[in-house]
Write a new protein. Sequence first.
Lengths: 112, 116
Amino acid sequence: DQQVKQNSPSLSVQEGRISILNCDYTNSMFDYFLWYKKYPAEGPTFLISISSIKDKNEDGRFTVFLNKSAKHLSLHIVPSQPGDSAVYFCAAKNQAGTALIFGKGTTLSVSS
Amino acid sequence: GAVVSQHPSWVICKSGTSVKIECRSLDFQATTMFWYRQFPKQSLMLMATSNEGSKATYEQGVEKDKFLINHASLTLSTLTVTSAHPEDSSFYICSARDFRGTDTQYFGPGTRLTVL
């Protein structure tokens, strides 16, 4: 059973517009959520995280929103840039565990 | 941010040989490191959790005798793929847990293993 789901395998956005990447989870014990960006043949790069006690965290062009009642989080990238084109993974962990549970990723393509 | 390195970045070996992959946390101590495997166009699959000074914890379906993990120091964990076969060809990525800040995991650049 997949505990972290990224239902959109791909997303295409024009440069300068907003990119919204979505993630759903099923385990209500998750209390920490992270977004990673990954290029082919490279390790994931940490982007931004959010604790379950918050509903929003912002870092530059990246904002993560958490809706605990819906078990949903999203990553907003504004404005999108061609260099943002990559695979974005949503990950979650719970207090008791230390391993991250990853979604399958969403490939973002930003065209100029 | 914290830096994690992996060595080698790419290795090609013959079937039946063993390959060792190193994962190092360069500017922080990591009592816990993780080993992942990624197949093309798929997500990262956790293989095992490596704890400094103790035995690794393997995920279900991962052969502990085939994927030997050693975490001898606070900055180094190694994964040895023993008697490698072509089906072991994959992208192996390690991460290290940074306790200093927000309990974020930082990933190495990955190692591409090709078994002929």
